[in-house]
Ligand binder design. Structure first.
Ligand code: C5P
Length: 220
C-alpha cells in the first residue's frame, strides 16, 4: 500500500510549499486538492453555470478536462496555472466547495492520486475525510497576519494586483466559510500534529514534518 501523509490548514498557512518540499525529499507525489476546487470554480464561471445549479456543477466536477503536467494546470487544453491562483478564484472555489455533490464528484479525482511509493496530500479535509487512514497527519496554521503577508507576497510574485487590506478581509471570509460549512469543514483530525508556522522558517517546518513522518512511518 502506498504511504499517505496529509497536510491540512487554512489559506496561507504554507501547506502547498511544505507539501511540495516534503514530497520532493521523500520522492513522492503531491495532491493539491485546492486546485481541483479552484478549477471547478473557474470552469463554472467560464461555462456560465450559476453557483446554485447543483446538477450542472456536479457534472462539471466529474467530467472536467483537467490535466496537471510539469507544475502547470490545463483546463480544456488551456493553461490556467495563473488564472486559478487569484483570490477571486479562491473565493469561487470556497463557494462551490460547500456543495456536497461537488465534493463527492471530486472524490475519485483525489483518490486517483494515490501511487507507490507515497503521496503528500494537502487541503482542508485530507486527514479528516479523504484519507482518514493516512499514517501521518499535520495541521498547519499560522497567525492571520502572517498568512495574509504570505499570500500577499505569493500573489505579488505572480504579478497580480493585490491590496493588503482587501486581501486580509477576503482571506478571513474564506477561512470562516471553510471552517463553518456543514460538509468537510476545515478542522484538524484528532490524530493530527498541530504545527504553528508563524515564527518558523520554511526549512524548519520541512524538517519538523519530515521528522514526524519518519516517526510515524518507521523504516522510511
Ligand atoms: O488551498 P486553496 O486555497 O487552493 O483552496 C481553495 C478553496 O478550495 C478553499 O478555500 C476551500 O474552500 C476549498 N478546498 C476544500 N477542500 C480542500 C481543498 C480546498 O474545500 N481539500
Amino acid at each position: 500500500m502506498p504511504h499517505i501523509v496529509t497536510i491540512d490548514g487554512p489559506s496561507g498557512s504554507g501547506k502547498g510549499t511544505i507539501a511540495s518540499l516534503v514530497a520532493e525529499k521523500l520522492g513522492w507525489r503531491t495532491l493539491d486538492s485546492g486546485a481541483l476546487y479552484r478549477l471547478v470554480g473557474l470552469a463554472a464561471e467560464r461555462a456560465g453555470i450559476a453557483p446554485d445549479d447543483v446538477p450542472a456543477l456536479q457534472k462539471l466536477a466529474k467530467n472536467m478536462d483537467a490535466v496537471f503536467r510539469d507544475g502547470h494546470v490545463f483546463l480544456d487544453n488551456i493553461d490556467v496555472t495563473d488564472a486559478i491562483r487569484t483570490e477571486q478564484a479562491g473565493n469561487a472555489a470556497s463557494k462551490i466547495a460547500t456543495i456536497p455533490e461537488v465534493r463527492e464528484a471530486l472524490l475519485s479525482w483525489q483518490q486517483g492520486y494515490v501511487r507507490e511509493p507515497g503521496l503528500v496530500a494537502e487541503g482542508r479535509d485530507m486527514g479528516t475525510v479523504i484519507f482518514p487512514e493516512a499514517r501521518a497527519k499535520i495541521f498547519l496554521t499560522a497567525s492571520a497576519g502572517k498568512r495574509a503577508e504570505r499570500r500577499y507576497k505569493q500573489l505579488k510574485e505572480k504579478g497580480l494586483d493585490v491590496n493588503m487590506e482587501s486581501l486580509v478581509e477576503e482571506i478571513s471570509m474564506r477561512d470562516e466559510r471553510d471552517a463553518r460549512r456543514a460538509v468537510s469543514p476545515l478542522k484538524a483530525a484528532p490524530d493530527a500534529l498541530l504545527l504553528d508556522s508563524s515564527n518558523m522558517a520554511v526549512d524548519e517546518v520541512v524538517e519538523k514534518v519530515l521528522g514526524y513522518v519518519k516517526e510515524r512511518i518507521p523504516g522510511l
